[in-house]
Design a protein around this ligand. Structure first.
Ligand SMILES: [Zn+2]
Length: 314
């Protein structure tokens, strides 16, 4: 991302704004939070579906996490489209707002009930919350409510609050990891350029066949070395801004792409770049396994000249 103005004449040098305005992100986040909580309220009131009380294995507050993700989606969307970066302080603000939203919803629910004691004295919020927490009960298999858990109810209320608040941080945290162009204050785009083989296809070799196993191992190592050479050649061309040589290797890899995708080990070749100033990197990731077992590790990253990134994009 070290672009000098003379190297990149089409984009005027932009000094990073000292104070970024989070306002747009906060407003969108609060709007999506309100929508999500109204949705939960309507579901609770009109149907038998109490999403906040939806637990997996009695301990994972999946429902609360999902509501938290939905509630915080506005923060993520606004950040992604406006380019306002999710900073550490913004994460804390989101966490605080999620907690505030949770208790505000509880409070609104409490107020709407207008509870009074037998002697006419109004019921306090803390008192109400205590009764609600202690009356937490698991629904029985036949659909009837179970026995209230008493003090243990607080544990599940706590899990619900943690789930909702933590769920709200998932999208912002994912965005925080995304490559970002500081100069232009926007998220970078990732473009898949191709795949390079880093192994031979899986072959069944009997465990007793020592020679066969050794040969297979050697074959795998050779394939990995070849893949590494390809990656290194691409890195050199990328660093030297040799677009034609770079593209030539990609073109050679293209016909075998389907085959390569099925290999147990392969390299994923990616161009990460800013849409505006074309600062970026040539990023290589090593992919291991398939489907759910897929493991992705960073292999290398090469800084690019903006002209090179631009020409590869075209
Ligand atoms: Zn940029």
């Amino acid at each position: 991302m070290n672009t000098t103005p003379e190297a990149n004449p089409t984009s005027a040098p932009v000094g990073p704004r000292e104070e970024q305005s989070y306002l747009l992100v906060l407003i969108s986040g609060l709007a999506s939070t309100a929508l999500a909580l109204v949705g939960v309220y309507v579901l609770d009131a009109k149907t038998d579906f109490h999403i906040m009380g939806w637990y997996a294995n009695y301990i994972l507050p999946i429902g609360a996490v999902l509501v938290g993700v939905a509630a915080s989606s506005g923060y993520g969307l606004a950040s992604w489209f406006s380019g306002i970066k999710i900073t550490r302080s913004l994460l804390w603000i989101v966490l605080a707002l999620q907690l505030a939203a949770y208790f505000a919803t509880q409070y609104i629910g409490f107020k709407s009930l207008n509870l009074v004691h037998r002697n006419g004295a109004p019921v306090g919020f803390v008192e109400y919350f205590d009764v609600m927490a202690r009356s937490f009960a698991w629904r029985q298999n036949d659909g009837s409510p179970g026995k209230p858990l008493g003090a243990w109810g607080y544990a599940f209320r706590g899990l619900e609050i943690v789930g909702f608040a933590a769920g709200g941080l998932i999208v912002p945290l994912v965005l925080r990891k995304k490559p970002y162009c500081q100069a232009c204050q926007r998220y970078m785009r990732t473009r898949q350029l191709g795949l390079a083989p880093a192994s031979v296809p899986v072959k069944k070799v009997k465990k007793s066949d020592a020679a066969g196993l050794a040969a297979y191992e050697a074959e795998q190592q050779q394939a990995f070395d070849r893949g590494k050479q390809t990656v290194e050649a691409l890195q050199q061309h990328a660093a030297g801004a040799k677009t034609a040589d770079f593209q030539k290797i990609l073109t050679e890899l293209e016909p075998g792409k389907k085959q390569t995708a099925k290999l147990p080990k392969r390299f994923s070749l990616q161009l990460v770049h800013c849409n505006r100033c074309y600062a970026g990197q040539f990023v290589v990731k090593q992919l291991l396994g398939q489907g759910k077992q897929l493991k992705q590790t960073d292999f290398s990253s090469t800084e690019l000249h903006p002209d090179f990134a631009r020409s590869v994009c075209q």
